[in-house]
Each structure stands twice: as C-alpha cells, then as structure tokens.
Ligand binder design. Sequence first.
Ligand code: TXA
Ligand code: MG
Length: 332
Amino acid sequence: MSIQRADQNTVEKAGELLRAGKLVAFPTETVYGLGANALLDEAVQEIYRVKERPNNNPLIVHVPSVNEISQVADLSVLNKTQENWLTALSPLWPGPLTVVLPKNKNISEEVTAGKSTVGVRIPRHKIAQRILRAAGVPVAAPSANRSNYVSPTRAQHVYDCMGEEIELIVDGGLCIVGIESTIISLANDTPTLLRRGAYSREEIEKQLGTEVQDNIQRSSGSKALLSPGQMITHYSPRTPLRLKDSIELHKLPSRYGAVLLSAREQPSELLHGATHVSYLSNAGDLTVASQNLYEALRELDKEELDMIVIDSCDDSPLGRALMDRISRATSN
Ligand code: TXA
Ligand code: MG
C-alpha cells in the first residue's frame, strides 16, 4: 500500500513479506517487477489476479546469482552442449537477460503456466539483489503493470496502476535500462531469441559461439508461439500511437503529442502543431532513449490527446530492441 525508499529496513521487510507470500514491487535494471514467492502457489496466483494476466502466460523467476539457478531449473536434464551454452552465458549475469531452461520440480505449473520450462532472471540492480537475498526464496516477477499496458520504470508508475493491491513498493528511482530483459531459450537444440532487449542477438551469439535462432513473434495468430507474452499487441498506451514516418503531417488531429529521439532535424510542422513534445534523449543516444521511452509514453497518455506520434529508431542492436517495443505499442 505504500512506496518506500530502499533503505535496509525496507529491504528486510520486502524479504519477509515475500517469504510470507505477499506481493512486493521492486526495481530491477530493466523495469519494476511485481514479485511473489515462486514456491507458494497462492502468492503466484495473486500476481495473475492483480496484473489481470491471462493464466496461459508464464512468469519468470528471479534469483540473486548463478548459484541459485538449480533451485529453479533442472540442470540435470541438459545435454553437454546446453550445459556449455549456459556456462557461456553466465558472464552476462547478473544483467538484463532471462534464460529459459527445463523447470525444476520446485517450480509449479502455476508459475510456468503449464510449461515444462522456466524463465530464469538474475537482475543486476543492487536493490533487487539485496531483496532477493533477504527473501531467500526464488521470486516470480513479471513487469509490475496491468497486462497489455506500458511497463513501469518508476515506483510511482507501479503505484498509479496497482498501488492499492500491493503490500509494498520499493523505490529505486528510474530503471537504468528501461526496457524488459532479453529472453533466450536454451531448452531446445538451437538457442532461440524470444524477446529483444539490451543484450543484442549479436552479443549473445558472440558469447555462445553459435548462431541464435530469431523467434520474435510478429503476429498474434502465429502457431509457433514459444513465448505467450510476446503477442504483437503489448505495452500499449491507451492513446493511439503512430510512427512519425507512417503519418501525413497535415492530417494530424488537433491535439497530439510527439515522442522524439532527439531535438535534431525534426519537421517544424510536427513541432509547432504538437500540444506536448517529449525528447527521449538530447543527443539521440539510444541508451538514454531506452531509459525514457516508457515514462514518456505514460506521461503523454495522461494528457487526453487524440494521438501520440513517435520517432523510429535506426537498425542498430539497441535500435532494434526499441523498435520492437515501439511497434508493439503502435499496433493499437
Ligand atoms: O526485465 C524483465 O524481464 C522484467 C523484470 C521485472 O525482470 N520482467 C518481465 O516479465 O518482463 P514479464 O512477465 O512481463 O515478461 C516475461 C516474458 C513473458 O512474455 C512470458 O510469456 C515469457 O517471458 N516467458 C516466461 N516464461 C517463459 C517460458 N517458460 N518460455 C517462454 N517464454 C516465457
Ligand atoms: Mg510484461
């Protein structure tokens, strides 16, 4: 019910509440998570209820270090190649990476939505690390937003959409990465990318020394839905969001906002007509833009605009991750 600064008391309290089966929202370097004890089915069910999340969409489980992975995943069923892949990825942890592995019997099908695999995440954020250690149990945590809305990058964002229903929201300021973790599955014969994030496919391929199959969902109708949460419409603000390149400037509605990568080289027609303009980065730096994207969308979404117009990103590794989020948000 309250937002609390992340001092030692708060961290200890968060650990106790989690152990006891209560919901705690906490910062990670990507976005805020809505955490529950992954070993207690009733606590996990609360996540689905509060998030209004369909129960066929599995949760990922957070642990503080690679030493705890075996509490969540069954490493004994991995073949030698898969074991080597897991070892090769461990330098990227703690960090914005989720790895899908065969699940351990401790982790119930409530967490994995009936799947035999589990997504394991080891966040780098210091407060997340301390909370996970204080809890002493694996923590299931999706992004702390209602299903299909924009992920939260500040404690206040969590409070705004579900504050009444969470025992404690731990405040760690703005999340430094700002978009959700890269998801890679090692559960099959080929490593598979299920969600883009700050760690690019290229970086992961370099680490693994092998090619990574790209299985990013592009349509909600696809049969090969390896990651059920990756349906095309996701992360959307309520206000219709359109790519700047896809609209004719003279046809813009009377009240619109613009979310722009930088102040450079913007059409004056767009800038003069906009009710609100939000720059994601002064210099067009994509790392900064990624931190600010979700907050900018949330802020403009409060303004009762007829439309939000947003810039596209270039085809760089982080640009592709940002475009993935932007294009999902524009498909409303
Ligand atoms: O950065 C993040 O990953 C954040 C922070 C809080 O850690 N969490 C997050 O969780 O984004 P969530 O639930 O919003 O997104 C996790 C995604 C979902 O799309 C879900 O479908 C997919 O991971 N997922 C979970 N378990 C899976 C599994 N066993 N196989 C394939 N996809 C899975
Ligand atoms: Mg999410």
